[in-house]
Write a protein that binds this ligand. Structure first.
Ligand code: EPZ
Length: 423
């Protein structure tokens, strides 16, 4: 396995381009299974999660053509198999969402349950409940969901018991080909859901309300191909803004969408950053100052994103003052805390591990660290940037799942990071 060696102490300064959103592209690839003609998705980031999803489509016999710019063309109707095997679904949870499109377009599918992951059990009960409400017959056997429907799925009124991004996306996709109207209530509102709805409507679907808590889908008989450009990755963008702020530096992120990061920008201004915004860029400048501590609560969009929580903890670890961070989305998303305390951070967990109280110190000490979640892993890279000496981040395949060319992008900003094979 590879590791990152980080020499701490450099102040980030420069520009970078945001990649396409992992959490948009990874749901748009299964969505292409709904179409009768080829669907081309552009601005797809070159990430492990994406290649795993492409591998899954290939294992079904779906023809996928990729060009050097990572434009991905999917030919659903070349499909030969309707099964998503455990060894692929376990490494890339979002691949579970091929179930709905296969059911809606071909009437049957056999997909492995995704199982839990490091940050929590992450059940899919809302996904299955929604598909049953649309008329699917669902059986569970040997860890697989075996689903079928006689004829078409039927429109229904569905209320999600919890705000779920994947659940909202999954049922919205399946409902596009259902017979009649589907109304989804208590939907998640993330920008990636809006991006997916826009792509589905370009394929001829009839979806209204994406981005609000109520989404209405009027089913159509079939969907055609389209070409759709994936939105900028707001979590990647936010990560680099936080990294620059933690080092007292300056960064301009191009191809970004400031509207998707309103709350983070507000919080970074509270930390003392000067922030300028353009239509497709965000510039942050700490003017060499040490950041002030930030307090926040994570919750579904438009509240503060759980996917940026670990990165803020890294910033707070060397900030002026004490910050309180409450995690309300996942049950076990503070694994990075134990690694940062080994670097000298002063963090205590309270409230049954739902809240981290971070008392800023002047400097962290470099150390060998590792994490089991992609956002926790990248937060250790940020901690390494602000530490004295060398930090070695292990298991960086987690980072490669969500960050395209992470060391190149950071070294272009003045960091000193090397990728080495595990010796
Ligand atoms: C998406 O995961 C993202 N992944 C996650 O990003 C992100 O952290 C999460 O949304 C929350 O914003 C992708 O889009 C590929 P949820 P998802 O369903 O859809 C519970 C990253 O770092 N729940 O909104 O799986 C669940 O356990 C990843 O890029 C149920 O109880 O998240 C969790 O506690 C990590 N039953 C909460 O809801 C269900 O049927 C939110 O999960 C579904 C979810």
């Amino acid at each position: 396995m590879e590791r990152l060696l980080i020499e701490g102490g450099s102040r980030l300064d420069g520009e970078l381009r945001a990649s396409g959103a992992k959490n948009s592209a990874s749901i748009m690839l299964p969505a292409a299974l709904l179409a009768d003609d080829p669907v081309t998705i552009s601005n797809v980031p070159h990430l492990r999660d994406i290649t795993t999803m492409i591998e899954l489509l290939g294992s079904m016999g779906v023809e996928v053509v990729i060009d050097e710019k990572m434009n991905v063309e999917i030919h659903a109707n070349s499909i030969k198999r309707f099964t998503a095997p455990y060894d692929l679904v376990k490494t890339m949870r979002a691949s579970f969402t091929v179930l709905g499109p296969l059911l809606a377009h071909y009437g049957h599918a056999e997909v492995s349950l995704p199982g839990g992951c490091a940050i929590g059990p992450r059940p899919v009960d809302q996904h299955l409940r929604g598909l049953e409400a649309l008329g699917a017959q669902i059986e569970m056997e040997d860890g697989y969901v075996k689903a079928s429907v006689n004829g078409r799925l039927k429109g229904a009124r569905i209320y999600f018991d919890i705000s779920t991004v994947g659940g909202t996306e999954h049922i919205m996709m399946a409902a596009t080909l259902a017979d009649g109207e589907t109304v989804l209530e208590n939907c998640a509102r993330e920008p990636e859901i809006v991006d997916l709805a826009n792509c589905l409507n370009e394929m001829g679907a009839n979806i209204e309300g994406a981005g609000t808590e109520i989404i209405t889908i009027n089913g159509v008989g079939s969907l055609k191909g389209c070409t759709h450009k994936v939105i900028a990755d707001r979590v990647e963008t936010g990560t680099y803004l936080i990294a620059a702020a933690a080092t007292g530096g300056r960064v301009k992120v191009r191809d970004a969408n400031p509207d998707h990061l309103e709350l983070l920008i507000e919080k970074l201004k509270e930390a003392g950053a000067a922030v300028n915004l353009g239509e497709d860029w965000i510039e942050l400048d700490m003017q060499g100052k040490r950041p002030k501590a930030i307090s926040l609560v994570t919750a579904p969009y438009p509240a503060f994103p759980t996917d940026l929580q670990a990165q803020i903890i890294a910033l707070n670890s060397i900030a002026e003052g004490t910050g309180t961070i409450k995690e309300t989305v996942f049950e076990n998303r503070f694994m990075h805390v134990h690694e940062m305390t080994r670097m000298g951070a002063r963090i205590r967990l309270e409230g049954n591990n739902t809240t981290a109280i971070v008392e800023g110190v002047d400097r962290l000490q470099g150390a060998p660290v590792m994490a089991n979640d992609l956002r926790a892993s990248v937060s250790l890279v940020i901690a390494g940037l602000v530490a004295e000496g060398t930090t070695v981040v292990d298991r960086i395949y987690h980072i490669d799942r969500g960050y395209e060319q992470v060391e190149e992008k950071l070294n272009n900003l003045g960091a000193n990071i090397q990728r080495v094979a595990n010796v």
